[in-house]
Structures are given as C-alpha cells and as structure tokens.
Design a protein around this ligand. Structure first.
Ligand SMILES: [Zn+2]
Length: 138
C-alpha cells in the first residue's frame, strides 16, 4: 500500500511535533548555557569572585545553580550571594547582610540551567543510584 492513511498521517504529525519540541528544548538549553557562560566570563573579567556553591550531586555543595559569589575577587572570608554565605565546600547558610551595609550584587542574573559537565555528573550519579536500587531489589 502506498500513500498515507489518515491514521499514519496523524502519527507522522505527532512525531514531527515531538521532534520540534525536542529541538526547541535543546535550543533553549543551549541559549541559557551560552548566556550563563557569557555572564560568568563578564563577571570574572569585571573582578568578581563568581564562586558557585552548587553541585548537581545531592549531599555535595549547596544553594541554587544560579548562585554566584557577588564579592570582589580575592575577598576574605565566606563567599556570598545576597543573604547566603558558603565556604569552599559549598555548604550554604543564611547570614543576612547587616542593614548598615549595601547588598553585594552582580549586574548579571544567571539561569538555573546546568552546565554540560554538571548535567553529565548528575546523570552518572542518577545511574549509580538506579543501579543500587535495582541491586537492592533483587
Ligand atoms: Zn567569593
């Protein structure tokens, strides 16, 4: 049989829609990653510390993926994003800026899109967890 039956046409359109959605998602992620890298570069060149507390592996690091240290490079003490501080291990804690001091900030807001490396690390961690869960079930 040649040609499309109405049924296969619908299926074809649905597959196309799926592909289009996937392409849009990939493009969105690519744009966000590119913008994050661009802003990180600008922040570092502008003299900000830019340290990030986030780790894609639960139990490591802390905070959110878009947090960056807003203090100047070479600062003393803890890294800071608004009212949260952290040390090199990334464990964040709430420590409000005193009212007498200005809120340290960077002019560039990052998105929470993970870097490609963070994405791979998260995937490896998930795969290990799934393997452990499968092993414990047997
Ligand atoms: Zn810092």
């Amino acid at each position: 049989m040649t040609g499309h039956s109405p049924r296969s046409t619908v299926l074809f359109l649905e597959m196309d829609q799926e592909k289009e959605t996937e392409m849009k998602t990939r493009l969105h992620i690519w744009r966000k990653r590119f913008t994050n890298r661009w802003y990180d570069l600008r922040a570092v060149l502008a003299g900000y510390c830019n340290h990030r507390p986030y780790s894609p592996v639960p139990g490591e690091g802390g905070g959110y993926a878009h947090w960056r240290c807003a203090l100047r490079r070479g600062h003393e003490g803890m890294h800071r994003a608004r009212n949260y501080v952290w040390s090199a291990n990334g464990r964040t804690s709430y420590l409000p800026v005193p009212n007498s001091q200005p809120m340290p900030r960077q002019p560039w807001d990052r998105s929470m899109t993970l870097t490609r490396r963070q994405d791979r690390r998260r995937e490896r961690w998930l795969n290990r967890r799934y393997a452990e869960m499968r092993a414990s079930r047997d």
